[in-house]
Design a binder for this molecule. Structure first.
Ligand code: BTN
Length: 149
C-alpha cells in the first residue's frame, strides 16, 4: 500500500456517494398536487408508456368535475433515476385538454416529487378567440399516503 492509497480510497468513495444516494423516482402510484388534485398512474410499461386517472380539484368551467383519463410517456428509465415524462388529460366533463410535462425527483429528504408544467387548451367558438384559448401553469405533486400510513 503506497502513501497515496488512503487518499485514493476516500476520493473514490466521495465520487461514488452521489450516485449511490440517488434513489429511483417511480411514477406509478397515487399523487396529490398543490391545488389538491389527485391522480393515479398505473404501471409504466417497457416502452415507458402509462395510463391513469386524474381527479382535478378545480375547473375553469361551471361543469361538475368528473374523474378523467390520462395517458403518458416516461423517458428511458434505465439511464436516469429521475426521469422526465409527459402526459395528457382528456377531460371527460369539458371540451378542454391539458398536457403536463415534468420530471420525477427524489428530494433531499428522500421524498419523491413531480415538478410539472402544464398547458390547458380550451375550446373556443371561433378562430377570433384563439388568443384566449390556452392557459399555462405549474403543479408540484407528492405521493398521496393512505390514512393507515
Ligand atoms: C377544465 O376546467 O376544462 C378541465 C379541468 C382543468 C384543471 C386544470 S389542469 C391544470 C391545473 N392542475 C390541476 O390539477 N387542475 C387544473
Amino acid at each position: 500500500m503506497g502513501p497515496a492509497t488512503p487518499f485514493l480510497l476516500v476520493l473514490s468513495l466521495a465520487m461514488l456517494a452521489p450516485v449511490l444516494s440517488t434513489s429511483k423516482c417511480v411514477l406509478t402510484g397515487r399523487w396529490v398536487n398543490d391545488l389538491g388534485s389527485n391522480m393515479t398512474i398505473m404501471a409504466v410499461n417497457e416502452k415507458g408508456e402509462f395510463l391513469g386517472s386524474y381527479h382535478t380539484a378545480v375547473t375553469a368551467t361551471g361543469n361538475d368535475i368528473k374523474v378523467s383519463p390520462l395517458q403518458g410517456s416516461q423517458h428511458r428509465t434505465n439511464k436516469n433515476s429521475q426521469a422526465t415524462f409527459g402526459f395528457t388529460v382528456n377531460w371527460s366533463f369539458s371540451d378542454s385538454i391539458t398536457v403536463f410535462t415534468g420530471q420525477c425527483f427524489v428530494d433531499e429528504e428522500g421524498k419523491e416529487v413531480l415538478k410539472t408544467m402544464w398547458l390547458l387548451r380550451a375550446e373556443v367558438d371561433s378562430i377570433k378567440d384563439d388568443w384566449k384559448a390556452t392557459m399555462v401553469g405549474t403543479n408540484v405533486f407528492v405521493r398521496l399516503r393512505s390514512k393507515k400510513e
